[in-house]
Design a protein around this ligand. Structure first.
Ligand code: A3P
Length: 338
């Protein structure tokens, strides 16, 4: 749902479907595997994605130019993208849109409409949008792995926020979401089949370990530009995480704001319970025309325990150990896995 007081993003179609042709040719050379929801996923630039995403990523890599004031919110799907978009929008726009205002954009628009995805919205369908009229600071979302971001993002002073969720819950959340989005003609998606694919790394924008490690390593090397957050830390202590996020974004909360309880207000506005019950999130559609309601399921840590067998837990734990090893990236997996 568009909102009138935010700038509209004009789009320009790229001549001759140039990117489309490139992606069609490319697809023939890409390794492919059965997809979760679509027929196939293709391995492009080292990660798995759909043909439409390849076209959009090529357009994004070719045309996007970062500004120092830009904020890029990056995630692998089902890690808390909707949440971090809501929080960042609320924090950065708190002067223009006071949190207590009953007309706050987040009460009337889904976070994905306020913080557009580079690859699903802006550069999808051969669009080459003119982003220069968006007032700074611009906030964008992406699932693209770090190494495939447009070069100007790495080369500028813009800020990248990554939110990471433990792979157990991310897997279960992905499986539920894909099950909901499969067309009626498709049979139900067996959990075991999805699990095998996940463990092989075959999931949108995966392998998940490479996606997470790419941003993790960059956050260690360039902490002023890349902030690595964890879904579990946000659930456990949202207030200190929000303060850390605001500091990183260059808009720290003042003492007065803290005393007035603004941090708590933002936390409440963006909470799972609040967003889930809003009309726009019950009946609206945002990403690729998918129902917003599917973006809000349980919002808990540890729901995987209701789905994964002991041998699945063992297998995924082993994959995590092998891949995260001594990287320093650790997860709080509740209930804990021994
Ligand atoms: P579950 O399926 O485990 O419930 P994404 O936004 O990246 O698509 O991630 C979706 C997951 O985040 C879902 O997890 C969803 O319920 C949860 N989620 C959505 N909004 C949230 C919020 N405001 N706070 C916490 N979790 C949220």
């Amino acid at each position: 749902m568009a909102i009138s007081h935010l700038p509209k993003i004009p789009t320009i179609d790229v001549d001759e479907d140039e990117e489309n042709l490139i992606s069609k040719e490319l697809i023939h050379c890409c390794p492919k595997e059965k997809g979760w929801r679509t027929s196939f996923l293709y391995k492009f630039q080292g990660f798995w994605c759909q043909p439409k995403e390849i076209q959009a990523i090529i357009s994004f890599q070719k045309h996007f130019r970062a500004r120092n004031s830009d904020v890029i919110l990056a995630t692998i799907p089902k890690s808390g993208t909707t949440w971090i978009k809501a929080l960042t929008f609320a924090i950065m726009n708190r002067k223009n849109f006071p949190i207590s205002n009953e007309n706050h954009p987040l009460l009337r628009s889904n976070p994905h409409d306020l913080v557009p995805f580079l690859e699903y919205k802006l550069y999808a369908n051969n669009q080459n949008p003119n982003l220069s009229n968006i007032p700074e600071p611009r906030i964008f979302g992406t699932h693209v792995p770090y190494g495939s971001l447009q070069e100007s993002i790495m080369g500028s002073d813009c800020r990248v926020v990554y939110i990471c969720r433990n792979p157990f819950d991310t897997f279960i959340s992905s499986w539920h979401y894909c099950s909901k989005l499969r067309s009626e003609s498709q049979p139900p998606f067996p959990l075991e089949e999805a699990f095998k694919m996940y463990c092989k790394g075959v999931i949108g924008f995966g392998p998940f370990w490479e996606h997470m490690l790419g941003y993790w390593k960059e956050s260690l090397e360039r902490p002023k530009n890349v902030l690595f957050m964890k879904y579990e830390d946000m659930k456990e202590d949202a207030i200190s995480q929000l303060k850390m996020l605001a500091n990183f974004l260059g808009v720290p909360f003042s003492i007065e704001e803290e005393e007035e309880g603004l941090v708590e207000e933002i936390m409440k506005l963006c909470s799972f319970e609040n967003l889930k019950d809003l009309e726009v999130n019950k009946i609206g559609k945002s990403i690729k025309n998918f129902d917003n309601k599917y973006l809000f399921r349980k919002g808990e840590i540890g729901d995987w325990v209701n789905y994964l067998s002991p041998s699945m837990v063992e297998q995924l734990s082993k994959i995590m150990e092998e891949n995260f090893g001594d990287s320093g990236l650790k997860f709080k997996v509740f209930p804990s896995v021994s």
